[in-house]
Each structure stands twice: as structure tokens, then as C-alpha cells.
Design a protein around this ligand. Structure first.
Ligand SMILES: Nc1ncnc2c1ncn2[C@@H]1O[C@H](COP(=O)(O)OP(=O)(O)OP(=O)(O)O)[C@@H](O)[C@H]1O
Ligand SMILES: [Mg+2]
Length: 410
């Protein structure tokens, strides 16, 4: 049933959403030519918000998602790049200063930068945490020269500043265990929002200043880019499910009914649009119950206001706000709510667009993370194989190591 093809050509991203699990398989010719072979999603099981409530159920859900994408594409994969949402992560800044030499001065080498980063990682993470990402922010040589790449400068000490994304080690171990139980290897574990940015935001936008807003089910991640680097990551404990719960509470509906109504009737407009009137019939145990469409919009609007207050505080409160020249890019299922773009644009006073558009794929912003993960899987494999196989690369590595050694000692 599955085509037997060169394994190295196909890469899989698995986005472990707490509401919907999404998988994608891509075919990679090179970094710019990635063909999306197919995506598949299933309702997430085994999670209770951000904790694993049943690992067997979670493994089964992963198996079904993977089976679905493999059957859809006719391609078999054995390993996945695993994406986790902000619900599992903590963002924290960490700094460390190390001496470059016992006495006198020396030229800063790449080895020194790694050493300073390592020290900042050690100081920034708790004992029960894994560092999922360490994004370099800046280096400072002798309290005076601040630079993104100070290699080659002369100094006595160097300070490194990192933005760490950490996760509880046991949680990560349990997530990877569930993937193994489902019968797949884990390439590596990545922050889903970071992977989504890989496909939803282009290099020019990252250079000029942009924020990616991933509205998931239980959490919204805001990732700020400037000068091509991640400058800030913030999490808002609010997602599409928050609206669903409010609709369910206000209109006395089950969560499933409220979810359905939200998707078909929900609008994020500040006022109820003039064409929204009348009632929708909702099926109950004993017959049908009429629900006012206006009441649905009012419930959504109440929650959206709540969200906008948080988002405004995060976006305008960031020291990168005035550098968001390219505005905001939105991904995640929560961003599909009708009128959400306009409301956000109006509140944060920056242009907002949907991200992750992929020809022939409906609701593409929902799959941006899975597709980004697939792409990252390819890039990591390529880098790994390059460092082993290419003699030219090996030569460069030796030359670099010798150069670093010379800088260390002479
Ligand atoms: N068309 C739609 N209109 C409004 N909301 C939608 C629509 N489609 C999906 N959603 C909402 O998007 C949310 C799910 O989005 P997504 O799949 O990005 O979440 P997730 O990745 O599973 O969650 P998380 O990232 O928080 O772990 C749900 O709350 C769902 O109700
Ligand atoms: Mg998500």
C-alpha cells in the first residue's frame, strides 16, 4: 500500500496541539522547494489542558494521526519532528559573564561565545527543566561593546544574554515516550510557534520586525522578530477554547455544541452586524432549542475584548513594539474566527495578516506549525548529513577548529 521511496526525501512534522493533533509529510528537493504531500488532523486525546492525562490514549491518538497522514499520502515515515505548544513552555531571560583569559586580553573566539552561552544556560534553567531553545540576544565585551556577533573583538570578559524556552523534563520525556509507543522516532522537540514562523513569516519580515501570533486552543504565543532574530516570546493563557467555554456557559450549551456554534455563527466584530439576527436551532436531548444569533456574537465579543486587552498589553508592552514595521502575522485555529484580524489590527495599531498560506490547502494557518516542523526536520537532517559526508565541509571544520585554537592560545 505504501510506496517504497528513498526515506531521506520525505520529512514529517507532528504538531502535538492540545486540541487538535496535526501531522504533515513534505517532500524536500532543497530548502526553497518543499512540496507538501499531505496533512492530517485528529482531535487530541490523552491531554487535559497541558498535562498528559492518559499516555496510552495519547500514543493511540498519535498513531491514528500518523496512520492518517501516511495513508493519505501513500508515504511511510519512521521519525517525526515533534512540536509542542506554549502550554508546555516557560520563556525566561538569562545572562552570564565569563573571563576570557586569566590576565591581559584576548581575541573573542566562537569557542568563548559557546562557553558564555553554556554558562547562561546553566544559570537560567532549573534542575527539573530541559532547554528546548536558547535564542542568543546579545553579547557584551568588557561592559562596553554590545554586539550580536563579537567574535574577533579584543577583551577581558564576555557577557552573554539568552532568551530560554524551557520545559519540564518529565513532561518532555512522557511526550516522547508516547511518540515511541505509537511506533515513531523523535527527531527533536521544537516549540511549535517557532516552527510555524519558518513558513508563515519570510526572512525580510523577520529582519524588518514582525510578530507571529499563534492562537491555539488554550494558549496564544507571541513571537517577536527583529534583525532576523527572535527578540521576545510571550504567552497569553487564552485560546479558542476560552471562547467556546464562554459560549457554553452563557447559553447553557454543552462544549461540543458551543464549539460548533462558534465556528458557524461566531463573529469577532465589536458590534453585532446588522445582518446577524434571528435564531439557530440547536439539537438537544428533547427536541430542538432556539439560540439567538445575536447572543452568540455578544458572548464571542465579550471574550474577544478580554483577549485584546491581554494582547495589547503584550504587544504594546514589548520593547520591540515600535520596531514591528511589518506588523503581525497570525496562525493557529483560533485565528480563523471571522473578524479576528480586523479587531486585532484596530487594537494594536499595526497591519495584521493571516500566515502560512499554502496553495490548495484550506485553513492553512492551522497547519503552519506542522508544515514548519516538516521543513525543520529536513533542514536538520541536511545539516547533520552535510557535517558527516562532505569532504569540503570537513575541511572547513578542521580549518575553523585550528583557527579557534590559535585564537585561544596566541
Ligand atoms: N473556523 C474556526 N473559527 C473559529 N475558531 C476555530 C475555527 N477552527 C478552529 N477553531 C478553534 O481553534 C482552536 C484550535 O486551534 P489549534 O488547532 O491551532 O489548537 P492546538 O494547536 O490544538 O492548541 P494549542 O496550541 O493551544 O495546544 C480551537 O479552540 C477551535 O475551536
Ligand atoms: Mg498549537
Amino acid at each position: 500500500m505504501f510506496k517504497r521511496m528513498a526515506q531521506a526525501q520525505y520529512f514529517c512534522g507532528l504538531d502535538l496541539g492540545t486540541h487538535t493533533m496535526k501531522a504533515c509529510i513534505i517532500c524536500a528537493k532543497d530548502e526553497e522547494n518543499l512540496d507538501l504531500m499531505g496533512v492530517f488532523e485528529t482531535k487530541a486525546m490523552g491531554f487535559k489542558e497541558a498535562s498528559i492525562s492518559d499516555i496510552a490514549e495519547l500514543a493511540d491518538c498519535i498513531r491514528r494521526t500518523m496512520q492518517g497522514v501516511m495513508e493519505k499520502t501513500g508515504i511511510r515515515v519512521h521519525a517525526v519532528q515533534l512540536g509542542i505548544s506554549g502550554s508546555f513552555l516557560t520563556a525566561r531571560r538569562s545572562q552570564a559573564v565569563i573571563p576570557l583569559i586569566d590576565s591581559g586580553t584576548k581575541v573573542v573566539s566562537a569557542f568563548d561565545l559557546r562557553k558564555a552561552n553554556h554558562q547562561a544556560e546553566l544559570l537560567g534553567a532549573n534542575l527539573d527543566e530541559d532547554i528546548i531553545h536558547a535564542f542568543a540576544q546579545w553579547y557584551r565585551v568588557d561592559d562596553v561593546n554590545t554586539s550580536i556577533n563579537p567574535a574577533g573583538l579584543v577583551g577581558r570578559k564576555i557577557e552573554s544574554s539568552l532568551l530560554l524556552l524551557t520545559a519540564n523534563s518529565l513532561r518532555i520525556r512522557n511526550l516522547t515516550k508516547a511518540v515511541h509507543q505509537a511506533g515513531f522516532e523523535v527527531g527533536s522537540v521544537v516549540f511549535g510557534g517557532y516552527a510555524a514562523a519558518d513558513v508563515a513569516v519570510d526572512k525580510a519580515e523577520k529582519m524588518q520586525g514582525v510578530a507571529l501570533v499563534d492562537i491555539g486552543a488554550n494558549i496564544t504565543s507571541v513571537i517577536f522578530f527583529k534583525h532576523g532574530l527572535i527578540g521576545d516570546v510571550q504567552f497569553i493563557p487564552w485560546g479558542g477554547n476560552t471562547i467556546t467555554r464562554t459560549i457554553a456557559e452563557r447559553l447553557s450549551l454543552t462544549v461540543d455544541m458551543a464549539e460548533e456554534i462558534k465556528k458557524t455563527q461566531g463573529q469577532a466584530g465589536r458590534t453585532v452586524p446588522s445582518d446577524v439576527s434571528g435564531e439557530v436551532l440547536v439539537r438537544r436531548e428533547k427536541g430542538y432549542m432556539p439560540i439567538r444569533r445575536e447572543a452568540v456574537c455578544e458572548a464571542v465579543n465579550w471574550e474577544i475584548e478580554n483577549f485584546l486587552t491581554h494582547l495589547e498589553a503584550v504587544v504594546k508592552g514589548s520593547n520591540l513594539y515600535h520596531q514591528l514595521n511589518r506588523g503581525i502575522v497570525m496562525v493557529g485555529g483560533g485565528s480563523l474566527l471571522t473578524g479576528a484580524i480586523e479587531r486585532i489590527e484596530e487594537r494594536v495599531n499595526r497591519p495584521v495578516r493571516m500566515g502560512g498560506s499554502t496553495p490548495g490547502l484550506n485553513n492553512a494557518p492551522v497547519y503552519a506549525t506542522a508544515i514548519g516542523l516538516g521543513r525543520m526536520h529536513y533542514v536538520k537532517k541536511k545539516q547533520g548529513s552535510l557535517s558527516i559526508r562532505t569532504p569540503l565541509d570537513l575541511k572547513d571544520k578542521i580549518v575553523n577548529s585550528v583557527r579557534e585554537l590559535c585564537q585561544e592560545y596566541f
